[in-house]
Design a protein around this ligand. Structure first.
Ligand code: PLP
Length: 227
């Protein structure tokens, strides 16, 4: 697709999705493997939140989008601790914080850089060998250590359902994630906050919103299938 056709196609998809979302839900456009032109079209259509899975891909794109100053960048893929410092330089939000060790590493690096990144804790409500993240018992056990992190702002939970889960079970899983967030919030930690739920991708975002998602992460719905 060329120029204005691309603009129009993406703008109409964004408008359609936006209509389905409550105004309070933040729409994060997931742009892994998406071209700079398509990202510019999304920006022109009002998108200001971009999600990337890899630090390096985001870094390269940010160089090419320097003229667009008001973008918030969200890291949604697994972060290796040796890239923690780099992630802090390129993302305001990290949705995929998935272990205590990584949290502590990121917290130390953030302190040295005087940064306070916003993060979600990635949880697995069902066993899933293909995904990173805390199981519920692991997370509960790690909360007191996580609450000691001084620099990262822990603001909610992120989850990804296992592939091919039936719709009713996906909805149940999103509800359980919300209940987990409420339970943690009710424990009145001194630093941990649970006002955000990052859940919902192209195939399940309406279920996620139904269960109380505050951020949805959409790729294919906005940009089409990835190459
Ligand atoms: C790729 C990805 C998305 C977007 O997926 P779509 O199915 O294209 O909407 C959302 N979240 C994470 C963590 C991803 O890796």
């Amino acid at each position: 697709m060329i120029g204005s056709h691309l603009d129009e196609a993406i703008a109409s998809r964004i408008a359609l999705v936006r209509q389905q979302l409550p105004e309070s839900v933040r729409l994060i456009a997931v742009t892994k493997q998406v071209s700079i032109d398509a990202m510019r079209s999304a920006y022109a259509a009002g998108i200001r939140d971009f999600g990337e899975s890899r630090v390096q891909e985001a870094e390269a794109k940010q160089l090419q989008l320097q003229d667009l100053p008001d973008i918030t960048w969200h890291l949604i893929g697994h972060l290796q601790s040796n890239k923690a410092k780099k992630a802090l330089a390129h993302f305001q939000w990290i949705h995929s914080l998935d272990s205590l060790k990584l949290a502590q590493e990121l917290d130390a690096k953030a302190g040295a850089l005087l940064q306070q990144p916003q993060v979600c804790l990635q949880v697995k409500l069902l066993p899933d060998p293909n995904k990173y993240g805390w199981t519920v018992p692991q997370l509960i056990a790690d909360l007191s250590e996580l609450d000691r992190c001084q620099n990262i702002q822990i603001l909610g939970l992120m989850t990804i359902p296992p592939l091919d889960l039936p719709q009713a079970e996906i909805l149940a899983l999103f509800h359980s994630t919300r209940e987990l967030a409420e339970k943690i919030q009710g424990q009145n930690w001194s630093r941990i906050q649970m006002q955000h739920l990052s859940m919902g991708m192209s195939d399940d975002y309406l279920l996620a919103v139904q269960a109380g998602a505050t951020m949805v992460r959409l790729g294919r719905t906005l940009f089409g299938e990835r190459g």
